[in-house]
Write a protein that binds this ligand. Structure first.
Ligand SMILES: Nc1ncnc2c1ncn2[C@@H]1O[C@H](COP(=O)(O)OP(=O)(O)OP(=O)(O)O)[C@@H](O)[C@H]1O
Ligand SMILES: [Mg+2]
Length: 266
């Protein structure tokens, strides 16, 4: 039993979340969602716009609390934000008055650690995402895709054991997106990291994930969790593997059979 808890990162048990908006009917964002994520596992969430993916990710990160059910991480109930988690939000959410490199170093300051120890790492990360020449710029001097890349570096700066990523590559051009997908796959291959990854791209989900959780339209529920039996490491040639196409087809048919995702899929 103890060993099982150690191997489990997240347990989501019967989680519901509804939002009340002034003057309107309550919105049921999530309804009775249950699933688990093993330590070191890469799980993607796919589903239609508004099905509660971002809500679920915020709950996993302890930035919001469920109305019903509970979430635990490493055997402990999640009741607020906790250390060791890197979050990439759907919007980059950078501090406008800070330079790029100062934004990347923010989690280090919040943890009360020495900035100077992480300065080289911050520059190396920014270099990886093609922002070496922009480290002293302010966020409003960057494009949306560049800001999102800064947000990705910020999530990686303290080498977190968990990454919660909300459509991190959505604002990037196709070429950078492909590069970042491979880079993330390399990072996950090199060290044990647990990832929950929200995407509208089924191809991206299959390329990166151990399992893909397909959600139904609002109120969001887990419709089915699909295993991706593609061998690792997965380079660009993984797309030639018949398993890749079978898995993409299976997820697509699940989504379209349910009428769940009408747009934003690839
Ligand atoms: N703070 C909030 N207040 C009121 N309603 C909210 C709030 N956050 C989310 N919602 C509602 O909950 C539902 C789920 O929203 P959420 O952002 O989780 O969807 P999503 O699956 O991430 O969508 P997308 O793919 O467009 O990003 C939506 O109907 C949204 O309007
Ligand atoms: Mg969202």
């Amino acid at each position: 039993m103890a060993a099982a808890v150690e191997l489990t990162a997240y347990v989501v048990a019967g989680v519901s979340r509804r939002f009340t908006v002034e003057g309107g009917a309550p919105i049921a964002a999530l309804d009775d969602v249950s699933f688990s994520v093993a330590r070191g596992e890469f799980v993607s969430l796919v589903g239609p716009s508004g099905c509660g993916k971002s809500t679920l990710l915020r709950l996993l990160g302890g930035l919001d609390t469920p109305d019903q059910g509970h979430i635990s991480y490493g055997g402990h109930r999640v009741e607020g934000p906790y250390a060791g988690v890197g979050m990439v939000f759907q919007q980059p959410t950078l501090l406008p008055w800070r330079s790029v490199v100062e934004n990347v170093l923010l989690p280090i300051e919040l943890m009360g650690e020495s900035r100077s120890l992480y300065l080289d790492r911050a520059h190396a990360l920014l270099d990886t995402v093609g922002l070496a020449g922009f480290t002293d710029r302010r966020p409003d001097e960057l494009s949306g895709g560049m800001q999102q890349r800064v947000g990705i570096c910020r999530a990686f700066i303290h080498d977190p054991g968990v990454l919660l990523m909300d459509e991190p590559f959505a604002a990037l051009d196709l070429l950078t997106r492909d590069e970042m997908t491979l880079e993330l796959a390399r990072i996950c291959q090199a060290r044990p990291v647990t990832v929950v990854f929200v995407t509208h791209s089924i191809a991206e989900a299959v390329m990166l994930s151990d399992r893909v959780a397909v959600m139904s339209a609002r109120p969001g529920r887990i419709r089915e969790v699909i295993e991706v039996a593609l061998p690792r490491p997965r380079g660009p040639d993984a797309e030639a593997n018949p398993v890749y196409h079978d898995t993409v087809r299976r997820i697509k048919s699940l989504i379209y059979d349910s009428g769940a995702m009408r747009r934003n899929t690839s």
